[in-house]
Design a protein around this ligand. Structure first.
Ligand SMILES: O=P(O)(O)OC[C@H]1O[C@H](OP(=O)(O)OP(=O)(O)O)[C@H](O)[C@@H]1O
Length: 183
């Protein structure tokens, strides 16, 4: 099942020219959600490496992470926590824990925020995202978990496009690497 899923994930990516001045093509991964077999298989495949040390909750950053995190959480039978990227002065309600990321793949230092009441001391947290490049956003989420007294157990991602030492340090497990993809 795993090689078939990997092949379909790679097939379904489209590469798009984002417009004038762009240095390279960007990926359009919307096809992953349009394919019913991929949609059914993604959650179980993402969480498989983490079943022996079961997480108590899944967390994902806005916005594409919100599409994948609940699939992974459902596969594990645990809940899901949304990590917001506040913009336009709009914040989620309630008491929040924040972290600012290191420069991400676009050089952005992003603020990430999680509602305190959804992460508890003792939670074992699995981060889920579609694509990890520098690991900056993952690292910020690990900081939030630690600040709440929770333990990040690792990151499940579709594409682990980060240096091996980053993947090892942050315990990132991906279904694909850049080498699996084109161009
Ligand atoms: O490893 P990093 O350098 O931190 O980059 C990876 C992150 O960047 C992308 O999200 P983006 O912030 O572009 O938001 P999106 O999901 O709305 O596309 C991607 O979905 C990851 O969350």
């Amino acid at each position: 099942m795993r090689p078939e899923l990997s092949r379909r994930l790679a097939e379904l990516i489209r590469w798009v020219d984002p417009g004038p001045g762009a240095a390279h093509l960007v990926s359009d991964i919307s096809g992953w959600w349009r394919d019913p077999a991929v949609l059914a298989d993604l959650g179980p495949a993402l969480v498989a490496p983490f079943r022996q040390t079961p997480p108590t909750v899944v967390i994902s950053p806005a916005v594409t992470g919100y599409l994948l995190g609940p699939l992974a959480a459902t596969a594990l039978g645990v809940g899901f926590v949304a990590a917001h990227k506040p913009h336009d002065g709009r914040l989620p309600p309630g008491t929040l824990t924040w972290a600012q990321s290191q420069p991400d793949y676009l050089g952005r230092r992003l603020d990430l925020a999680v509602r305190d009441r959804h992460l508890e001391a003792g939670d074992r947290v699995l981060v889920v995202d579609d694509w990890v490049s520098t690991g900056a956003q993952v690292r910020a989420l690990y900081e939030i978990c630690t600040a709440r007294g929770a333990t990040p157990v690792g990151t499940a991602t579709v594409v682990a496009d980060c240096p091996p030492e980053v993947a090892a340090e942050l315990r990132i497990r991906g279904l694909l690497t850049r080498a699996d993809l084109s161009p």
